[in-house]
Design a protein around this ligand. Structure first.
Ligand code: UDP
Length: 423
Protein backbone atom coordinates (compact mmCIF):
# COMPACT_ATOMS: atom_id res chain seq x y z
CA UNK A 1 0.00 0.00 0.00
CA UNK A 2 1.03 3.58 -0.49
CA UNK A 3 0.39 5.28 2.87
CA UNK A 4 0.58 8.96 3.80
CA UNK A 5 0.89 9.89 7.47
CA UNK A 6 0.09 13.45 8.54
CA UNK A 7 1.51 14.67 11.85
CA UNK A 8 1.36 18.47 11.83
CA UNK A 9 3.28 19.33 15.01
CA UNK A 10 4.88 16.02 15.94
CA UNK A 11 7.73 15.16 13.61
CA UNK A 12 9.10 11.64 13.85
CA UNK A 13 12.56 13.23 13.61
CA UNK A 14 12.19 15.70 16.52
CA UNK A 15 13.97 15.64 19.89
CA UNK A 16 11.57 14.49 22.64
CA UNK A 17 10.58 15.80 26.04
CA UNK A 18 9.57 19.40 25.17
CA UNK A 19 6.02 20.70 25.70
CA UNK A 20 4.77 19.47 22.31
CA UNK A 21 7.15 16.57 21.57
CA UNK A 22 6.43 13.20 23.13
CA UNK A 23 4.25 10.18 22.54
CA UNK A 24 2.78 11.26 19.19
CA UNK A 25 6.27 11.69 17.72
CA UNK A 26 7.28 8.23 18.99
CA UNK A 27 4.02 6.69 17.73
CA UNK A 28 4.25 8.16 14.23
CA UNK A 29 7.94 7.21 13.90
CA UNK A 30 7.53 3.64 15.11
CA UNK A 31 4.25 2.88 13.33
CA UNK A 32 5.56 4.32 10.05
CA UNK A 33 8.79 2.38 10.23
CA UNK A 34 6.99 -0.88 11.12
CA UNK A 35 4.59 -0.40 8.20
CA UNK A 36 7.56 0.26 5.90
CA UNK A 37 9.22 -2.95 7.18
CA UNK A 38 6.03 -4.79 6.24
CA UNK A 39 6.59 -3.67 2.63
CA UNK A 40 4.45 -0.52 2.45
CA UNK A 41 5.56 2.82 1.00
CA UNK A 42 5.13 5.35 3.80
CA UNK A 43 5.53 9.13 3.62
CA UNK A 44 5.13 11.26 6.76
CA UNK A 45 4.07 14.90 6.24
CA UNK A 46 4.93 17.32 9.03
CA UNK A 47 5.20 21.09 9.28
CA UNK A 48 8.60 22.66 8.65
CA UNK A 49 9.59 24.28 11.97
CA UNK A 50 13.20 25.07 11.04
CA UNK A 51 14.41 26.73 7.80
CA UNK A 52 17.40 24.36 7.62
CA UNK A 53 15.34 21.18 7.39
CA UNK A 54 15.59 19.47 3.98
CA UNK A 55 12.38 19.21 1.95
CA UNK A 56 12.48 15.43 2.12
CA UNK A 57 14.41 12.96 4.27
CA UNK A 58 14.68 9.32 3.24
CA UNK A 59 14.69 7.70 6.69
CA UNK A 60 14.77 4.03 5.65
CA UNK A 61 13.77 1.96 2.63
CA UNK A 62 10.08 2.70 2.05
CA UNK A 63 9.96 5.49 4.64
CA UNK A 64 10.43 9.21 4.06
CA UNK A 65 9.56 12.41 5.91
CA UNK A 66 8.42 15.50 3.97
CA UNK A 67 8.73 18.91 5.67
CA UNK A 68 5.86 21.04 4.36
CA UNK A 69 6.00 24.85 4.36
CA UNK A 70 2.93 25.80 6.40
CA UNK A 71 3.31 28.98 8.40
CA UNK A 72 6.61 30.43 9.64
CA UNK A 73 9.56 28.00 9.62
CA UNK A 74 10.08 28.13 13.37
CA UNK A 75 8.65 26.48 16.45
CA UNK A 76 5.02 27.46 16.98
CA UNK A 77 3.05 26.03 19.94
CA UNK A 78 0.65 23.40 18.63
CA UNK A 79 -2.36 25.31 19.94
CA UNK A 80 -1.52 28.13 17.49
CA UNK A 81 -1.17 25.97 14.38
CA UNK A 82 -4.80 25.84 13.21
CA UNK A 83 -4.49 28.75 10.72
CA UNK A 84 -1.77 26.85 8.83
CA UNK A 85 -3.63 23.60 8.19
CA UNK A 86 -4.83 24.78 4.75
CA UNK A 87 -1.20 25.35 3.68
CA UNK A 88 -0.30 21.94 5.07
CA UNK A 89 -3.06 20.42 2.91
CA UNK A 90 -1.72 22.34 -0.13
CA UNK A 91 1.79 20.96 0.45
CA UNK A 92 0.49 17.41 0.81
CA UNK A 93 -1.51 17.78 -2.45
CA UNK A 94 1.60 19.06 -4.25
CA UNK A 95 3.51 15.97 -3.16
CA UNK A 96 0.60 13.76 -4.29
CA UNK A 97 0.69 15.30 -7.79
CA UNK A 98 2.32 12.23 -9.37
CA UNK A 99 0.37 9.56 -7.53
CA UNK A 100 -2.16 9.68 -4.73
CA UNK A 101 -1.83 7.27 -1.78
CA UNK A 102 -4.26 4.45 -0.97
CA UNK A 103 -4.83 5.87 2.46
CA UNK A 104 -3.96 8.99 4.44
CA UNK A 105 -3.64 8.47 8.21
CA UNK A 106 -3.88 11.66 10.27
CA UNK A 107 -2.51 12.04 13.80
CA UNK A 108 -4.14 14.64 16.11
CA UNK A 109 -7.26 16.59 15.20
CA UNK A 110 -5.60 19.36 13.18
CA UNK A 111 -3.76 16.85 10.99
CA UNK A 112 -7.23 15.39 10.37
CA UNK A 113 -8.38 18.73 8.95
CA UNK A 114 -5.37 18.88 6.60
CA UNK A 115 -5.77 15.22 5.59
CA UNK A 116 -9.49 15.60 4.82
CA UNK A 117 -8.83 18.76 2.80
CA UNK A 118 -6.01 17.08 0.86
CA UNK A 119 -8.04 13.92 0.28
CA UNK A 120 -10.85 15.95 -1.31
CA UNK A 121 -8.54 18.03 -3.48
CA UNK A 122 -6.26 15.26 -4.71
CA UNK A 123 -8.05 15.01 -8.06
CA UNK A 124 -8.88 11.30 -7.91
CA UNK A 125 -12.41 10.15 -8.81
CA UNK A 126 -13.02 9.12 -5.21
CA UNK A 127 -11.40 10.86 -2.29
CA UNK A 128 -8.39 9.23 -0.66
CA UNK A 129 -9.54 7.19 2.35
CA UNK A 130 -8.86 9.07 5.60
CA UNK A 131 -8.00 7.23 8.81
CA UNK A 132 -7.82 9.30 11.98
CA UNK A 133 -5.98 8.75 15.28
CA UNK A 134 -6.64 11.57 17.75
CA UNK A 135 -3.94 10.81 20.38
CA UNK A 136 -5.70 13.31 22.66
CA UNK A 137 -9.23 14.70 22.71
CA UNK A 138 -10.20 18.30 23.37
CA UNK A 139 -13.33 17.21 25.25
CA UNK A 140 -11.18 15.34 27.80
CA UNK A 141 -8.60 18.14 27.98
CA UNK A 142 -11.31 20.74 28.67
CA UNK A 143 -12.85 18.57 31.36
CA UNK A 144 -9.53 18.42 33.23
CA UNK A 145 -7.89 21.73 32.39
CA UNK A 146 -10.91 24.05 32.18
CA UNK A 147 -9.81 27.62 31.53
CA UNK A 148 -6.12 26.58 31.45
CA UNK A 149 -6.78 24.77 28.14
CA UNK A 150 -5.08 26.82 25.42
CA UNK A 151 -6.63 24.91 22.49
CA UNK A 152 -8.33 27.16 19.92
CA UNK A 153 -12.08 27.42 20.70
CA UNK A 154 -12.92 25.96 17.25
CA UNK A 155 -11.48 22.62 18.42
CA UNK A 156 -14.76 22.03 20.27
CA UNK A 157 -16.64 21.55 17.00
CA UNK A 158 -13.91 20.86 14.43
CA UNK A 159 -12.54 17.85 16.31
CA UNK A 160 -15.85 15.92 16.40
CA UNK A 161 -16.36 16.93 12.76
CA UNK A 162 -13.02 15.34 11.86
CA UNK A 163 -14.08 12.17 13.68
CA UNK A 164 -17.42 12.03 11.90
CA UNK A 165 -15.97 12.85 8.47
CA UNK A 166 -12.92 10.56 8.45
CA UNK A 167 -13.62 7.15 6.96
CA UNK A 168 -12.22 5.36 9.99
CA UNK A 169 -11.04 6.24 13.48
CA UNK A 170 -8.40 4.28 15.34
CA UNK A 171 -8.65 4.65 19.11
CA UNK A 172 -5.70 3.70 21.28
CA UNK A 173 -7.70 2.27 24.21
CA UNK A 174 -11.28 1.38 25.25
CA UNK A 175 -11.56 4.55 27.34
CA UNK A 176 -11.04 6.59 24.16
CA UNK A 177 -13.77 4.63 22.34
CA UNK A 178 -16.18 5.72 25.06
CA UNK A 179 -15.13 9.36 24.58
CA UNK A 180 -15.37 9.13 20.78
CA UNK A 181 -18.91 7.74 20.99
CA UNK A 182 -19.82 10.68 23.21
CA UNK A 183 -18.69 12.96 20.34
CA UNK A 184 -21.19 11.29 18.02
CA UNK A 185 -18.71 9.06 16.17
CA UNK A 186 -20.32 5.74 15.22
CA UNK A 187 -18.84 2.62 16.88
CA UNK A 188 -18.93 0.78 13.55
CA UNK A 189 -16.19 3.07 12.19
CA UNK A 190 -13.88 2.77 15.20
CA UNK A 191 -11.26 0.11 15.85
CA UNK A 192 -8.62 -0.08 18.56
CA UNK A 193 -4.88 -0.25 17.98
CA UNK A 194 -2.87 0.75 21.04
CA UNK A 195 0.46 2.53 21.07
CA UNK A 196 3.41 0.17 21.24
CA UNK A 197 6.93 -0.08 22.54
CA UNK A 198 10.13 -0.54 20.58
CA UNK A 199 11.24 -3.94 21.87
CA UNK A 200 14.61 -3.68 20.12
CA UNK A 201 15.38 -0.40 21.86
CA UNK A 202 13.91 -1.62 25.17
CA UNK A 203 14.97 -5.28 25.49
CA UNK A 204 14.15 -7.26 28.65
CA UNK A 205 17.74 -7.22 29.93
CA UNK A 206 20.60 -4.75 29.75
CA UNK A 207 22.87 -2.49 31.74
CA UNK A 208 21.31 0.04 34.13
CA UNK A 209 22.97 3.41 34.58
CA UNK A 210 24.31 3.93 38.09
CA UNK A 211 22.19 5.70 40.70
CA UNK A 212 23.17 8.16 43.38
CA UNK A 213 21.14 6.74 46.29
CA UNK A 214 19.83 3.40 47.59
CA UNK A 215 16.55 3.82 45.74
CA UNK A 216 15.66 5.64 42.56
CA UNK A 217 12.18 6.51 41.39
CA UNK A 218 11.74 7.83 37.90
CA UNK A 219 9.36 10.20 36.13
CA UNK A 220 9.62 10.52 32.32
CA UNK A 221 7.69 12.77 29.96
CA UNK A 222 6.91 16.19 28.62
CA UNK A 223 7.12 18.72 31.43
CA UNK A 224 3.55 19.97 31.51
CA UNK A 225 1.43 20.35 34.68
CA UNK A 226 -1.07 17.64 33.72
CA UNK A 227 1.67 14.99 33.90
CA UNK A 228 1.57 15.39 37.70
CA UNK A 229 5.32 15.42 38.37
CA UNK A 230 4.61 17.78 41.28
CA UNK A 231 2.56 15.00 42.90
CA UNK A 232 5.60 12.71 42.83
CA UNK A 233 7.73 15.43 44.44
CA UNK A 234 5.05 15.82 47.14
CA UNK A 235 5.32 12.09 47.83
CA UNK A 236 9.02 12.36 48.77
CA UNK A 237 8.58 13.76 52.34
CA UNK A 238 5.86 11.15 52.91
CA UNK A 239 8.24 8.42 51.80
CA UNK A 240 10.89 9.74 54.21
CA UNK A 241 8.33 9.59 57.03
CA UNK A 242 7.65 5.97 56.06
CA UNK A 243 11.35 5.18 56.50
CA UNK A 244 12.50 5.57 52.87
CA UNK A 245 14.79 8.54 53.15
CA UNK A 246 17.65 7.58 50.86
CA UNK A 247 15.56 8.02 47.71
CA UNK A 248 16.38 9.91 44.54
CA UNK A 249 13.67 11.15 42.17
CA UNK A 250 15.00 11.43 38.63
CA UNK A 251 12.86 13.58 36.33
CA UNK A 252 13.46 13.18 32.58
CA UNK A 253 11.94 15.63 30.09
CA UNK A 254 11.69 19.37 29.57
CA UNK A 255 12.37 21.87 26.85
CA UNK A 256 16.12 21.33 26.58
CA UNK A 257 19.01 19.54 28.26
CA UNK A 258 19.61 19.95 32.01
CA UNK A 259 21.53 23.19 31.49
CA UNK A 260 18.68 24.78 29.56
CA UNK A 261 15.91 23.97 32.02
CA UNK A 262 16.24 27.48 33.48
CA UNK A 263 14.03 28.63 30.61
CA UNK A 264 11.38 25.95 31.14
CA UNK A 265 8.53 27.39 33.27
CA UNK A 266 7.32 23.99 34.48
CA UNK A 267 10.87 22.97 35.43
CA UNK A 268 11.14 26.19 37.43
CA UNK A 269 7.80 25.55 39.14
CA UNK A 270 8.92 22.03 40.08
CA UNK A 271 12.28 23.28 41.35
CA UNK A 272 10.54 25.85 43.56
CA UNK A 273 8.36 23.06 44.97
CA UNK A 274 11.39 20.90 45.83
CA UNK A 275 12.84 23.85 47.77
CA UNK A 276 9.56 24.54 49.53
CA UNK A 277 9.34 20.89 50.63
CA UNK A 278 13.05 20.68 51.52
CA UNK A 279 13.70 17.84 49.08
CA UNK A 280 15.86 19.61 46.48
CA UNK A 281 18.85 17.35 47.26
CA UNK A 282 16.73 14.31 46.38
CA UNK A 283 15.50 15.51 42.99
CA UNK A 284 17.54 15.49 39.79
CA UNK A 285 16.15 17.09 36.65
CA UNK A 286 17.89 15.62 33.64
CA UNK A 287 16.06 17.56 30.90
CA UNK A 288 15.59 16.03 27.45
CA UNK A 289 17.23 12.65 27.05
CA UNK A 290 17.87 11.06 23.64
CA UNK A 291 16.13 7.77 22.87
CA UNK A 292 19.17 5.53 23.09
CA UNK A 293 19.90 6.67 26.67
CA UNK A 294 16.39 5.85 27.89
CA UNK A 295 16.70 2.05 28.42
CA UNK A 296 19.63 2.37 30.88
CA UNK A 297 17.72 5.07 32.75
CA UNK A 298 14.54 2.97 33.02
CA UNK A 299 16.56 -0.02 34.26
CA UNK A 300 18.22 2.05 36.98
CA UNK A 301 14.82 2.75 38.59
CA UNK A 302 13.20 0.72 41.37
CA UNK A 303 9.85 2.09 40.22
CA UNK A 304 8.57 4.38 37.48
CA UNK A 305 5.79 6.72 38.58
CA UNK A 306 3.23 7.96 36.03
CA UNK A 307 0.89 10.31 37.88
CA UNK A 308 -1.02 12.26 35.20
CA UNK A 309 -4.41 13.90 35.88
CA UNK A 310 -5.54 12.17 32.69
CA UNK A 311 -3.72 10.24 29.97
CA UNK A 312 -4.96 9.39 26.47
CA UNK A 313 -2.55 6.44 26.28
CA UNK A 314 0.94 6.82 27.82
CA UNK A 315 3.93 5.10 26.18
CA UNK A 316 6.25 5.62 29.16
CA UNK A 317 4.69 2.85 31.30
CA UNK A 318 5.10 0.41 28.39
CA UNK A 319 8.78 1.32 28.10
CA UNK A 320 9.22 0.81 31.86
CA UNK A 321 7.43 -2.55 31.68
CA UNK A 322 9.51 -3.65 28.69
CA UNK A 323 12.63 -2.92 30.79
CA UNK A 324 11.26 -5.01 33.68
CA UNK A 325 10.48 -2.11 36.03
CA UNK A 326 7.20 -1.93 38.01
CA UNK A 327 4.98 1.08 37.40
CA UNK A 328 2.97 3.15 39.86
CA UNK A 329 0.23 4.53 37.64
CA UNK A 330 -2.72 6.86 38.13
CA UNK A 331 -5.77 4.78 37.17
CA UNK A 332 -6.78 6.98 34.23
CA UNK A 333 -7.19 6.58 30.45
CA UNK A 334 -4.83 4.18 28.73
CA UNK A 335 -2.89 3.48 31.94
CA UNK A 336 -5.83 1.45 33.28
CA UNK A 337 -5.31 -0.91 30.36
CA UNK A 338 -1.53 -1.11 30.02
CA UNK A 339 -0.57 -1.35 33.71
CA UNK A 340 -2.29 -4.35 35.32
CA UNK A 341 -2.97 -3.47 38.94
CA UNK A 342 -1.10 -5.72 41.43
CA UNK A 343 0.53 -7.61 38.52
CA UNK A 344 2.76 -5.24 36.53
CA UNK A 345 2.45 -2.30 38.89
CA UNK A 346 0.12 -0.53 41.29
CA UNK A 347 -2.79 1.74 40.44
CA UNK A 348 -3.36 4.88 42.48
CA UNK A 349 -6.18 7.44 42.31
CA UNK A 350 -5.30 10.55 40.27
CA UNK A 351 -3.93 13.61 42.08
CA UNK A 352 -3.15 11.72 45.29
CA UNK A 353 0.45 12.10 46.62
CA UNK A 354 -0.32 9.98 49.72
CA UNK A 355 -1.42 7.07 47.53
CA UNK A 356 1.72 7.50 45.39
CA UNK A 357 3.91 7.43 48.52
CA UNK A 358 2.12 4.30 49.85
CA UNK A 359 2.48 2.48 46.54
CA UNK A 360 6.14 3.42 46.09
CA UNK A 361 6.89 2.47 49.72
CA UNK A 362 5.33 -0.93 49.16
CA UNK A 363 7.56 -1.51 46.13
CA UNK A 364 10.75 -0.15 47.71
CA UNK A 365 10.21 -2.33 50.78
CA UNK A 366 9.72 -5.55 48.82
CA UNK A 367 12.45 -6.40 46.28
CA UNK A 368 10.81 -9.77 45.48
CA UNK A 369 7.54 -8.05 44.58
CA UNK A 370 9.42 -5.56 42.39
CA UNK A 371 11.19 -8.36 40.55
CA UNK A 372 7.96 -10.34 40.06
CA UNK A 373 6.05 -7.29 38.78
CA UNK A 374 8.99 -6.38 36.54
CA UNK A 375 8.98 -9.83 34.96
CA UNK A 376 5.20 -9.72 34.47
CA UNK A 377 5.47 -6.25 32.88
CA UNK A 378 8.18 -7.36 30.50
CA UNK A 379 6.10 -10.38 29.44
CA UNK A 380 3.03 -8.20 28.91
CA UNK A 381 4.92 -5.58 26.87
CA UNK A 382 6.43 -8.30 24.68
CA UNK A 383 3.24 -10.29 24.13
CA UNK A 384 0.85 -7.42 23.44
CA UNK A 385 2.59 -4.19 22.52
CA UNK A 386 5.18 -4.86 19.81
CA UNK A 387 5.01 -2.25 17.05
CA UNK A 388 4.86 -5.02 14.49
CA UNK A 389 1.63 -6.27 16.05
CA UNK A 390 0.23 -2.74 16.18
CA UNK A 391 1.25 -2.12 12.57
CA UNK A 392 -0.61 -5.33 11.62
CA UNK A 393 -3.76 -4.10 13.44
CA UNK A 394 -3.44 -0.72 11.73
CA UNK A 395 -2.97 -2.35 8.33
CA UNK A 396 -6.16 -4.33 9.02
CA UNK A 397 -8.04 -1.08 9.62
CA UNK A 398 -6.68 0.36 6.34
CA UNK A 399 -7.76 -2.78 4.45
CA UNK A 400 -11.26 -2.72 5.99
CA UNK A 401 -11.72 0.89 4.90
CA UNK A 402 -10.55 0.16 1.38
CA UNK A 403 -12.40 -3.17 1.01
CA UNK A 404 -15.70 -1.94 2.43
CA UNK A 405 -15.54 0.97 0.00
CA UNK A 406 -16.30 3.32 2.85
CA UNK A 407 -14.70 6.15 0.91
CA UNK A 408 -17.42 8.65 0.25
CA UNK A 409 -17.69 10.82 -2.84
CA UNK A 410 -15.25 13.71 -3.01
CA UNK A 411 -16.45 16.84 -1.24
CA UNK A 412 -19.28 15.25 0.71
CA UNK A 413 -20.09 17.01 3.95
CA UNK A 414 -17.17 19.40 3.60
CA UNK A 415 -18.79 22.75 2.97
CA UNK A 416 -20.84 23.25 6.08
CA UNK A 417 -18.48 22.62 9.03
CA UNK A 418 -15.44 24.31 7.48
CA UNK A 419 -17.23 27.39 6.21
CA UNK A 420 -15.72 30.49 7.74
CA UNK A 421 -12.78 28.60 9.22
CA UNK A 422 -9.38 29.96 8.31
CA UNK A 423 -7.95 26.91 6.61
N1 UDP B 1 10.87 10.81 25.96
C1 UDP B 1 12.22 10.74 25.61
N2 UDP B 1 13.08 11.65 26.13
C2 UDP B 1 12.68 12.61 27.00
C3 UDP B 1 11.32 12.67 27.38
C4 UDP B 1 10.44 11.76 26.85
O1 UDP B 1 12.62 9.87 24.82
O2 UDP B 1 13.51 13.39 27.43
C5 UDP B 1 9.92 9.86 25.37
C6 UDP B 1 9.43 8.77 26.31
O3 UDP B 1 10.41 7.77 26.49
C7 UDP B 1 8.17 8.30 25.57
C8 UDP B 1 7.62 9.62 25.00
O4 UDP B 1 8.72 10.54 24.98
O5 UDP B 1 8.50 7.44 24.52
C9 UDP B 1 6.47 10.18 25.82
O6 UDP B 1 5.33 9.49 25.46
P1 UDP B 1 4.01 9.32 26.35
O7 UDP B 1 3.01 8.62 25.49
O8 UDP B 1 4.31 8.64 27.64
O9 UDP B 1 3.54 10.79 26.70
P2 UDP B 1 2.91 11.96 25.77
O10 UDP B 1 4.06 12.76 25.29
O11 UDP B 1 2.18 11.29 24.63
O12 UDP B 1 2.00 12.74 26.65
Amino acid sequence: MKISMVSEHASPLAALGGVDAGGQNVHVAALSSSLASRGHQVTVYTRRDDPDLPAKVQVAPGLSVVHVDAGPACHIPKDELLPFMGELADGICRDWADSVPDVVHAHFWMSGLAAIQASRRAGAAEHVAVVQTFHALGSVKRRHQGSADTSPPARAWLEPWVGRTADWVIATCPDEVFELKALGIGRSRISIAPCGVDLNLFPGTGEPESKARTHRILSVGRLVPRKGVDLVIQALPLLAEAGFDDVELLIVGGSGDALNLEEDPEAQRLRALTKELGVEDKVTMRGQVPRDAMPGIFRSADAVVCAPWYEPFGIVPLEAMACGVPVVAAAVGGLRETVVNQKTGLHVPPRDPEAIADAVARLLGDPALRAEMGRAGSRRARSRYSWDRIAADTEKAYRSVLAAGLSRQAGEGLAEPLEGTAL
